[in-house]
Design a protein around this ligand. Structure first.
Ligand code: CTP
Length: 412
């Protein structure tokens, strides 16, 4: 599932034109991409679409009246306009465009538009003569100069019977324009990244499980740093006590088998960073009921079986990511074990660290990394897990800029 608008809040202002009938479909498209859509329905807009329909498709209360005291207590128009990541006006009528250009504020829609400090996009819809009129074109020029983005109307048959430009852009076109405007821009734009993090829990019975001390902090920090650079980032996380990182889609799993399945689903991805401390073994059969103590007090024996190696699975995959970064958690002879693991695993880069209890790395906020590539070895000073993430993200950006450059040269 793509979710380019995940965690994005959009305030949709519905103006009073026949094209308002398309706004429930527009809301549906935005929601499908993960957006949280809040609708503001103008009085004239409510002649063409009902508040109930917009509330149903958005899953949110619809705002209609500036002087509705409950709304003003719950969320005033100023807050409404600031709460969003983007304000979208669709349909933007000639009247509303004129009001915006002049800075009028005599109803909820115009007041909110004047009060906002967020990016504004408008999807105009009107009769062809009204669209071509000098006054409208002058007003549009003013709005452009004010930094407002115009999603141009299409040409075609209009509800009024005339033909020409003025038909509101289709909901999917408006959604695309919004997604383009809100998607992070950075060196990793257009790439997909898969990151695993945290431990896995392997059930023994419904109550007990095999686990490890991984906190997930390093993987979460990396996911956020990669997303900031513009990659569409998926974090597959074992059970941890951390909030979802900003701008990242998170799938939470319990077991290694679930983690492996979620990673398989995430392909193709160009970048894979495997920070998870995946349990190497699971019980051959997890008991359906709680295992009771033996009457003679002998402990039960657990039969274990090996979990799939998710990293090795990606390395051998037909959809192998372009860059696979493995981690090596060691407690002794760190470099020797790391070098052997690097050769064995076949990943492109390896981040090795000492996780023995006296280092405080497991669960702590700092990490000391040995960074291995096919041609080099670096030992980083002790850094916060955030700084480790930033340094790795920079290296990944350099890597893709470099390979991209090479591809361009080859193409010449
Ligand atoms: N890994 C994985 N799936 C597994 C085990 C490990 O994807 N079933 C990944 C980890 O996410 C990490 C790398 O492989 O990126 C190395 O993990 P680590 O636990 O250090 O090594 P193991 O392969 O488990 O080897 P050992 O336990 O013998 O050190």
């Amino acid at each position: 599932m793509s979710a380019r608008l995940l965690n994005k809040r959009i305030l949709l202002i519905v103006g009073g034109g026949i094209a308002a009938y398309k706004t429930p479909e527009l809301v549906r498209q935005l929601v499908k991409e993960g957006a949280d859509v809040q609708c503001l329905l103008s009085k004239s807009g409510s002649e063409f679409v009902t508040a109930l329909t917009l509330a149903s498709v958005s899953g949110n209360k619809v705002y209609q009246n500036l002087f509705d005291l409950t709304d003003e207590t719950e969320m005033g128009h100023i807050q409404l306009s600031r709460n969003a990541d983007l304000v979208l006006v669709a349909p933007a009528t000639a009247d509303l465009i004129a009001k915006m250009a002049q800075g009028f504020a005599n109803d909820l829609a115009s007041t909110t538009l004047l009060a906002t400090d967020k990016p504004v996009m408008i999807a105009p819809a009107m009769n062809v003569r009204m669209w071509l009129h000098d006054a409208t074109q002058r007003n549009l020029e003013t709005l452009k100069n004010d930094g407002i983005t115009i999603i141009n109307p299409n040409e075609g048959d209009m509800a009024c019977g005339e033909t020409g430009p003025g038909r509101m852009a289709e909901p999917v076109e408006i959604m695309e324009a919004v997604a383009q405007a809100l998607m992070p821009k950075g060196p990793l734009k257009g790439l997909k990244a898969l990151i695993t993090a945290g431990p896995t829990h392997e059930p023994i019975d419904p109550i007990r499980y095999i686990a490890n001390r991984s906190s997930g902090k390093q993987g979460y920090a990396i996911a956020e740093a990669i997303a900031v650079l513009g990659a569409e980032t998926l974090l597959v996380s074992g059970p941890v006590n951390l909030p979802d990182p900003e701008g990242v889609r998170v799938i939470r799993v319990e077991t290694a088998l679930e983690m492996a399945a979620a990673c398989e689903e995430a392909l193709p991805s160009q970048i894979a960073i495997m920070t998870a401390a995946v349990a190497d073994w699971r019980t051959k059969e997890s008991a359906q009921e709680k295992i009771k103590k033996n009457t003679d007090n002998t402990p039960p024996s657990l039969e274990l079986t090996e979990n799939p190696d998710i990293l090795a699975g990606l390395v051998a995959h037909t959809l192998r990511p372009d860059l696979i970064v493995g981690f090596a958690a060691e407690t002794e002879q760190v470099m020797d074990h790391a070098r052997a693991k690097f050769t064995r695993k076949g990943c492109d880069w390896l981040m090795a660290n000492n996780v023995s209890p006296d280092t405080g790395v497991m669960g702590g906020d700092f990490n000391t990394i040995h960074f291995l590539t096919q041609t080099s070895e670096e030992s980083w000073e002790m850094l916060s897990k955030q700084d480790v993430a930033l340094r790795l993200a920079d290296k990944i950006a350099d890597y893709f800029l470099e390979t991209h450059k090479l591809e361009k040269q080859e193409a010449r």
